[in-house]
Design a binder for this molecule. Sequence first.
Ligand code: PEP
Length: 249
Amino acid sequence: MSKKIYLYGNWKMNNTYSETEKFFAEFEGAYAPYKNDANLEVGIFAPFTSLWPLSQGAQKCGIVYGAQNVYYEPKGAFTGEISIPMLQEYKVTHIILGHSERRHIFLESDEVIAKKTKAVLDAGMIPVFCYGETLEERESGNTFSVMERQLKSVLNGLTSAEVEKIIYAYEPVWAIGTGKTATPDQAEEVCGWSRKLIGDDKVVILYGGSVKGSNAKELLSMKDIDGALVGGASLKPASFLEIYAAYKG
Ligand code: PEP
């Protein structure tokens, strides 16, 4: 039996409310041929202001949907933040945490990301935990020590059931939004290494970094890569679904 593929789209700060409605008007038909494919799980992660049309469109199509960040406190004096209970009213089930843009532009620390991950797990939701090295860290031979720090900081103190619930996304920073993709061997090396470090064969590990139709087959065919977290190519239904079509093709 072929493996299950997770195709998750991270829209980042793209797609307004009305653009999200337009996306789903097109996506519904484009997704119809894949809707009953038990080996495919599609998810879309939109900005907070697009969560309502996202929730409507995603529920209609039967796909997973989520947010790109959340704060770990349930309420209070945290100007500009969004809480887990706020997201639960939109029936959000999945939340991206630790994306490299949160780490590097908004300076989120391992400690904050770990607190957010624990809060999301405690709420019965699924964290999509991103980790990965910068080009400088790779070139100085620190890829694995950096990722070990990022992974251990989040795994520390979790039960094995919690560890298994997290969806992991290896995203080398140098491959995100740059058009540079890790080679299938580079991505597989890290995903296989991560699985050993996490110590659980069953965890889901995605690769992210300039995934598109033209490189999807090689990447998604690797043993330790369970799917893709896709930025740019997820903004249009055709380029997003083309990734799975290319893998199957
Ligand atoms: C991402 O946003 O997580 C990502 C991998 O982006 P892109 O596919 O555009 O490189």
